[in-house]
Design a protein around this ligand. Structure first.
Ligand code: PLP
Length: 368
């Protein structure tokens, strides 16, 4: 059996460090925020190349607070993509704003810059590109268009820890960048976690106040805030894991390179593409096939787990029917939703396992 990911294997590889970190927090009794979280914030900001990082309880909370810090509120519009995890759009709805979708590029499946300008209206208050699967959106083009219109960019970097665009790290190009530490992400907590990064001092101050009940000092509530604080134990564990992240990313990239080499030239199978000037961190390795379901069945019968990211684009989800979008509105996103299949990829995977998966994919291609 080849699992889709193996969190037990990751824990086994760093058990002593993680156990010591957890015991340290238990002994210190700094269970919410505290010194470990503060240190993690400094280390993660340095990793991203930003001045500040503000740790919260989930990636969705990071997006929610980033939108408030950027000044987005009821009646505003926020431009994002329909081909993403639903949380991107949910966060926009949390602040009372309306998600306005633009289609993705057919190859990278990230925001199509040439579709962006037409979606901008006087009510547009933020643009939220999603660095899907671990590859950054075309931030050069997107940031230039946003700057021309004076609209802030918030990067949904929840899948893209350490990804780069022309040497700049994910989260460091927009006004704010948001990350998730859900266990299966490239940098994962042992529970929930998230963080927002920024170079802007005022944004950072606001994020710190908002995550902790809107308090400037204890019981002085200057904003209507939230309980979005990170646990001390998660901060300590994330500090340990951050030290391994570059090795893990390099392992993911090596597996992806092997997959792409082995899967080259198969009929009706398109491996993912790393666009020029970008560093893909392969949170997901999604191939595309016109008969994706048959491929999934072949792999499952060979004992190989796969994933679907994502089978229904957000504009066609029942929860967002009120936005009034229809099937056919975003052809590239809808086609991707029908064709993508995520193959197992995680740092602890062996080269032999990558070869086994590739062999099963090849077998399906010949049968088809
Ligand atoms: C995981 C994810 C989120 C949400 O993060 P949580 O920590 O699960 O709240 C948001 N956007 C994208 C693209 C994600 O992959």
């Amino acid at each position: 059996m080849i699992p889709f990911l193996d969190l037990k294997a990751q824990y086994a590889s760093i058990k002593d460090e993680v156990d010591a970190a957890v015991l340290g927090v238990l002994a210190s009794a700094q269970y919410v925020l505290g010194e470990e979280v503060a240190e993690f914030e400094r280390e993660f900001a340095a990793y991203c190349g930003t001045k500040h990082a503000v740790a919260v309880n989930t990636g969705t909370s990071a997006l929610h607070l980033a939108l408030i810090a950027a000044g987005v509120g009821p009646g505003d519009e926020v431009i994002t993509v329909p081909f993403t995890f639903v949380a991107t759009a949910s966060a926009v709805c949390y602040v009372g704003a309306r998600p306005v979708f633009v289609d993705v590029e057919p190859i990278t499946l990230t925001m199509a810059p040439e579709k962006l300008e037409a979606a901008i209206t006087p009510r547009t208050k933020a643009i939220v590109p999603v660095h899907l699967y671990g590859q950054m959106a075309d931030m050069g083009e997107i940031a230039a268009i946003a700057a021309r219109h004076g609209i802030p960019v918030i990067e949904d970097a929840c899948q893209a820890h350490g990804a780069e665009y022309r040497g700049q790290r994910a989260g460091s190009i927009g006004a704010l960048g948001c990350f998730s530490f859900y266990p299966g992400k490239n940098l994962g907590a042992c529970g929930e976690g998230g963080i927002a990064v920024t170079d802007n001092d005022d944004h950072a101050t606001m994020l710190r106040i908002l995550r902790d009940w809107g308090q400037e000092q204890r019981y002085h509530h200057v904003l209507k805030g939230f309980n979005y604080r990170m646990d001390g134990i998660q901060g300590a564990i994330l500090r340990v894991k951050l030290r391994h992240l570059e090795d893990w990313t390099n392992a993911r990239r090596a597996h992806a390179a092997r997959y792409s080499h082995l899967l080259k030239g198969l009929v009706d199978l398109v491996p993912p593409v790393e666009a020029p000037g970008r560093r893909h961190v392969y949170h997901v390795y999604a191939v595309r096939s016109r008969d994706r379901d048959s491929l999934a069945r072949t792999l499952h019968s060979a004992g190989i787990q796969t994933g679907l990211h994502y089978p229904i684009p957000v504009h066609l989800q029942k929860a967002h029917a009120d936005l009034g979008y229809q099937s056919g509105d975003f052809p590239a996103a809808e086609r991707a939703a029908r064709e993508v299949l995520s193959l197992p990829i995680y740092p602890e995977m062996t080269a032999r396992q990558v070869e086994q998966v590739a062999a099963s994919v090849e077998q399906d291609a010949y049968v088809a």
